[in-house]
Design a protein around this ligand. Structure first.
Ligand SMILES: Nc1ncnc2c1ncn2[C@@H]1O[C@H](COP(=O)(O)OP(=O)(O)OP(=O)(O)O)[C@@H](O)[C@H]1O
Length: 363
């Protein structure tokens, strides 16, 4: 896909604004769906709203877009309150563009007419320019006269994006943008969209249930569970220091290794593991699979780290080895390159990461 940098297409005319969602609540009937959600996206930044199915992500996007009204709380973009006590800007005047999960393209309209859909209040000439710019931006100028049904999934996805950016919104919302694409296409289209977002510099919220997608696309991630934000921060922080066990397991492979912690270290079946924040007492230590070194051969006597290989998964770029420790605990170990030991072989494993996060058992 040609990008703005390559094509010379001008950036969105609207200057970036920040987006602030403050204490938003929403219930459908008696069922609370959003329970005091607050988040901030810096001007021109990208935030991924990451959570499991049914936790309220789409509802929040629809509230920002104005397709749904909150029961309480405020949504503001720059100096404009989009919705809040006593304020409500109608959807068409919010300058918020949305790409729906199913793309919602009109099958009976051409690609160009789909992209022009949100521009009806502009003059004919301006509409033509905006449509051309938007299609050029997503690299699909040649397809302007086609019907959406004759395009590939990846192309339809880009048309939906072009339609959302053509009105030059201040805020762009993407709801599960790649869920309609098969696995092979998804990674390529994701990179294209990532490049486009970087070029556009529009304040963007991407909704996803896919941790990898959230981490790749956004410089900030808000993790949502049961209608509440449980953690917000850069992907590296969320991965390394998850707020609780649930987040730890939701954002990647997690071994939770029991131990006794005091004085900044926990004694575990893997030996001594340095622990962050001097958490003490009976704990679960978060050990990411790549923080475990594995070597073939048996451990001397009853030394810590003795294990046996239960399963080997070779991924090409790396290998995940499932090992069973002598106390029965199963551990996932990720090492670069090919497998180091076969199923059933004795191995020795050792912790090799930075100070680990520990969760108190009674917490
Ligand atoms: N208009 C509505 N009327 C009644 N219930 C609704 C309505 N819209 C959403 N819900 C319910 O609210 C909850 C949250 O839905 P929402 O679509 O926001 O979740 P989500 O996190 O986006 O999930 P998914 O990824 O599966 O789309 C769900 O239980 C859903 O059934």
């Amino acid at each position: 896909m040609s990008s703005r940098r390559e094509s010379g297409v001008p950036p969105s005319a609207a200057s970036p604004v920040d987006l602030r969602v403050t204490d938003v609540t929403k219930a459908f009937g008696e069922v609370p769906v959003l329970r005091g959600v607050s988040l901030m996206v810096g001007a021109g930044g990208t935030l991924a709203l990451l959570g499991p199915s049914g936790c309220g992500k789409t509802t929040l996007l629809r509230i920002v877009a104005g397709l749904e009204d909150p029961d309480g709380g405020t949504v503001a973009a720059g100096d404009r309150v989009l919705v809040g006590p006593g304020d409500r800007i109608p959807p068409e005047r919010r300058r918020v563009g949305m790409v729906f999960q199913d793309w919602a393209l009109f099958p009976h309209l051409t690609v160009a007419d789909n992209v022009a859909y949100g521009l009806r209040r502009l003059g004919k000439e301006k509409i033509g320019t905006r449509v051309r710019d938007a299609l050029e931006m997503v690299g699909l100028s040649a397809l302007a006269d086609r019907a959406p049904g004759t395009l590939s999934g990846g192309q339809q996805q880009r048309i939906a994006l072009a339609r959302a950016i053509a009105p030059q919104p201040s805020v762009l919302l993407l709801d599960e943008p790649f869920s309609n694409l098969d696995a092979a296409l998804r990674v390529r289209v994701r990179t294209e969209v990532h490049q486009l977002l970087a070029d556009l510099g529009i304040t963007t919220v991407v909704v996803t249930h896919d941790q990898e997608e959230a981490f790749v696309l956004a410089e900030n991630v808000a993790v949502i569970r049961d209608g509440q934000i449980v953690q917000q921060g850069p992907p590296t922080t969320i991965y390394a220091r998850p707020a609780d066990r649930w987040v730890a397991e939701f954002v990647g492979d997690a071994n939770l290794v029991p131990g006794e912690s005091s004085g900044g270290a926990a004694m575990t079946v893997l030996g001594r593991i340095p622990v962050a924040d001097r958490v003490s007492g009976t704990v679960d230590v978060l050990v990411r699979p790549e923080s475990v070194a594995i070597s073939p051969g048996g451990a001397a006597g009853d030394a810590a780290g003795a294990a046996r290989v239960e399963l080997v998964e070779f991924y090409g770029h790396d290998t995940v080895t499932l090992v069973r420790m002598e106390n029965g605990q199963l551990l996932r170990v990720r090492s670069s390159g090919p497998p180091v030991a076969e199923r059933g072989a004795p191995v020795v494993v050792a912790y090799q990461g930075p100070a680990a996060v520990a969760y108190r058992i009674d917490a």
